[in-house]
Design a protein around this ligand. Structure first.
Ligand SMILES: Cc1cc2nc3c(=O)[nH]c(=O)nc-3n(C[C@H](O)[C@H](O)[C@H](O)COP(=O)(O)OP(=O)(O)OC[C@H]3O[C@@H](n4cnc5c(N)ncnc54)[C@H](O)[C@@H]3O)c2cc1C
Length: 401
């Protein structure tokens, strides 16, 4: 399966900044992390901090999976609104999830700063796409404020005056961010490689043998890795390791414009998205482009998805133009990538009840995958240290029973 179509902007911009040699000989470690995307990089970083002897393997070039395709809007507001999540898991748990995501934004900022990758603070503007969504948006704002989240409800007049956007209502929160996810993943991997972690890309794990003393992984090139634990951070391909399907794969389409001659200053530091599903989402880049995505569909066949990229990109551009009519938008690059949706919008981190308990999964699903990876990395570290993370149960596979 190919995880993306076309060349995402981050790859065009950064190229292949770091070469990690394939694994050619047998190795031993405490924890083998399968997947060198943003999730594997964040997990491996946590494990190194905790003193685990860690080794990372990826079948592609590092961070060349969904991470490279990501628009990397960093938000605590997940795709499932707080009110909706409360209906599924109860308001206390839902608020705890939102709070953990909020805290993860600060943490990601610190992690990025430590490897000298720019992390730009931003606001997030969540727009009611239809007149009849306005009431829901106002109730969502009130619920969030009641649980201590710093969010303002804006009415049509405010939205028009501040943003020149026509919408019946919106939520504005000041806690969000934007980052280059590909650069961040590579920087994290380079950093831990400098601290003794063995990172090998173009090293596909094709087989595993579970023994009482250890787990042995085999790569396609014939190397064997013996370890005490495995973390499967293989993105949307992680499903293949499970005895059941836990999420539905989707494709999301994205484009970046050429640098704009001018843009309103608020747009430089505001992430915009909306209540319609699938939603349009947009942000800007440091070199003055609009980076937008949406038009998600159920397509999971790369060749058919490839064929749709240009048409989908044209639609996204038209929708951005309709939302922000003052901008002169010239298309730059367009691409598509795989993501997955769970029924509650939450990720899966931890062991699967029907598999070996030493096999831990890091499946950071949904439109907030990066924030989830920050939380999940800590959660897995704590599990390996035999400590319990407060979200272990709600992010675990047991919640499906
Ligand atoms: C278009 C798009 C827009 C998005 N926008 C946002 C956003 O705005 N904000 C946000 O937070 N999230 C967003 N996401 C989601 C986010 O990008 C993902 O959650 C995140 O990139 C997942 O990272 P990962 O490391 O888990 O997966 P990946 O980046 O796919 O990494 C998994 C790695 O595992 C490797 N692998 C797989 N199988 C094997 C094997 N057998 N052996 C060795 N290696 C293997 C793959 O090669 C791959 O490199 C978006 C996703 C897409 C596609």
């Amino acid at each position: 399966m190919d995880l993306k179509s076309g060349y995402p902007y981050w790859i065009v911009r950064n190229g292949l900044p770091q070469h990690f040699a394939p694994l050619e000989s047998d190795a031993r470690c405490d924890v083998a992390v399968i997947g060198a995307g943003i999730t594997g990089a964040l997990v491996a970083r946590e494990l190194v901090e905790a003193g685990f002897d860690t080794l990372v393997l990826d079948t592609r070039d590092a961070a060349w999976g969904s991470t490279a395709a990501s628009t990397a809007m960093i938000q605590y507001e997940i795709d499932t609104e707080l009110a909706e999540l409360a209906r599924i898991v109860g308001i206390d748990t839902a608020a705890r999830v939102y709070r953990a995501c909020e805290e993860a934004i600060d943490e990601l900022g610190t992690i990025a700063a430590n490897v000298r990758v720019a992390f730009d603070r931003a606001s997030s503007l969540y727009i009611a796409s239809r007149r009849w969504h306005a009431g829901r948006v106002r109730r969502e704002g009130a619920l969030r404020r009641a649980h201590g989240f710093d969010v303002d409800t804006l009415e049509a007049g405010d939205i028009a005056a501040r943003y020149d956007i026509e919408a019946p209502a919106a939520l504005l929160t000041a806690t969000a961010g934007q980052v280059d996810p590909y650069r961040l993943a590579i920087a994290l991997l380079s950093d831990i490689a400098g601290r003794g972690v063995r990172v090998h890309d173009r090293s596909k794990v094709v087989h595993r043998i579970e023994r009482s003393r250890d787990i042995e992984l085999h790569t396609q090139r014939g190397a064997r890795v013996r370890c005490r634990h495995v973390v499967v951070a293989a993105g949307y391909e992680s499903q293949g390791w499970l005895p059941e399907r836990v999420a539905a794969n989707r494709s999301s389409y994205a484009l970046v414009t050429e640098p704009l001659r001018s843009m309103p200053s608020w747009l430089r530091h505001t992430l915009v998205w909306e209540t319609a599903r699938p939603y349009l989402y947009l942000r800007t880049t440091r070199d003055g482009r609009v980076l937008a995505g949406g038009e998600d569909d159920r397509l999971d066949i790369p060749a058919r998805r490839d064929a749709r990229v240009q048409k989908k990109a044209a639609r996204i551009l038209a929708r951005v133009g309709a939302m922000l009519p003052g901008l002169e938008l010239e298309p730059g690059f367009a691409w598509a990538g795989t993501f997955a949706e769970t029924t509650d919008g939450l990720p899966f981190f931890g062991a699967h009840p029907r598999l070996d308990r030493r096999l831990l999964f890091a499946m950071a699903y949904g439109g907030n995958g990066i924030v989830y990876s920050v939380i999940g990395a800590r959660l897995l570290r704590m599990q390996l240290e035999r400590r319990r993370h407060p979200l272990a149960h709600i992010f675990g596979f047991d919640r499906m029973r």
